[in-house]
Design a protein around this ligand. Structure first.
Ligand code: ZN
Length: 307
């Protein structure tokens, strides 16, 4: 994903590496990313998750129990978590370097319904990093190309194609009905638009940006955590894009996977990953991943800050 046309100015000297299309501002409490608790294999359905999606008594088909065996064995996941994923609806906006791995891992994990939104068609220069698309898909709408790849992975997956640009006029209609949104576009305006739409709808948002060998990812739970505007109050024009500075495909591969991981943890109720409000910053040049808690910003329209 490219950086948008703007890059907000950081007021923080110790912020993460610049690579979102912006250097986020705010109060940083930096620490190395790492497991916050150990996970161990356990029996299915052994714990109650913190979030409720209306699944009371999960009864999964035998095929699902076999297919998702490695999910179900994760502590705190269980058959209940798998049933929640099956009942969940996630929208991926942008089927490029970030959106492809995010959609792939969401589908592979067993999310029941994926919405796919992108107005573009597959081009040759996409294949270097947009891993759902194939040479045979050149010229096809990205939504169709991605849908075919995801159906080949999981025939039971329900896919809703939106081969159009998400705009202020149609955002509410497209986003409504989804349990979470993955923002994986290459335009700053789209990132803010989706942030604002998700805040208005109360829909959790996973958002990221990349450039060259670095990137950021943030998960937003509206009303509870910092939103994108808390981290980046304004767009600053004139920053470089991936079309200018390039991007190595493994970088959006990592960041897109982080987006999927945040969404999956949130849907299942595994924490604290899915609780949101933490910025993951990848410095691919030094192979360093840092995670930073972002405080909601006073005055931000999202209203998450306690005034
Ligand atoms: Zn905010």
């Amino acid at each position: 994903m490219g950086r948008g046309p703007g890059n907000p100015v950081s007021a923080c000297a110790e912020g993460p590496p610049r690579a979102w299309g912006f250097t986020p501002t705010g109060c940083w409490r930096r620490r190395a990313a790492g497991p916050e608790k150990s996970l161990r294999a356990t029996s299915p359905g052994n714990r109650v998750s913190r979030y409720s999606h209306g699944v009371d008594s999960p009864r999964l088909p035998d095929e699902d129990l076999r297919r998702y065996d490695r999910n179900i064995r994760i502590a705190g996941f269980g058959a209940e978590g798998q049933a929640r994923l099956r009942a969940s609806r996630v929208l991926v906006v942008g089927l490029g370097g970030l959106g492809c791995p995010a959609a792939l891992y969401l589908a592979a994990a067993g999310v029941g319904t994926l919405g796919l939104a992108d107005p573009d068609r597959v081009e040759l220069s996409n294949l270097q990093r947009q891993v759902l698309h194939r040479e045979a898909s050149l010229g096809l709408p990205k939504t169709r190309s991605a849908a075919e790849a995801l159906r080949a992975l999981c025939s039971a997956l329900r896919i809703e194609e939106h081969p159009i640009e998400v705009t202020a006029a149609n955002a509410a209609a497209i986003l409504s009905g989804y349990d979470a949104v993955v923002e994986a576009t290459d335009r700053f305006e789209a990132k803010f638009l989706l942030n604002d739409a998700c805040v208005a709808l109360g829909t959790p948002l996973a958002t990221a940006g990349i450039l060259a060998l670095s990137g950021h990812a943030l998960f937003v739970v509206p009303g509870r955590t910092a939103c994108l505007r808390c981290a980046v109050p304004e767009v600053v024009r004139g920053e470089p894009t991936t079309a200018q500075r390039g991007v190595l495909g493994a970088v959006p591969g990592i960041l897109g996977s982080l987006l999927a991981l945040e969404v999956l943890c949130h849907l299942v109720g595994l924490g604290p990953a899915g609780a949101g409000g933490r910025l993951h910053s990848l410095d691919g040049e030094r192979l360093r991943l840092t995670t930073t808690k972002i405080a909601p910003r006073r005055g931000c329209p999202c209203g998450a800050a306690k005034e």
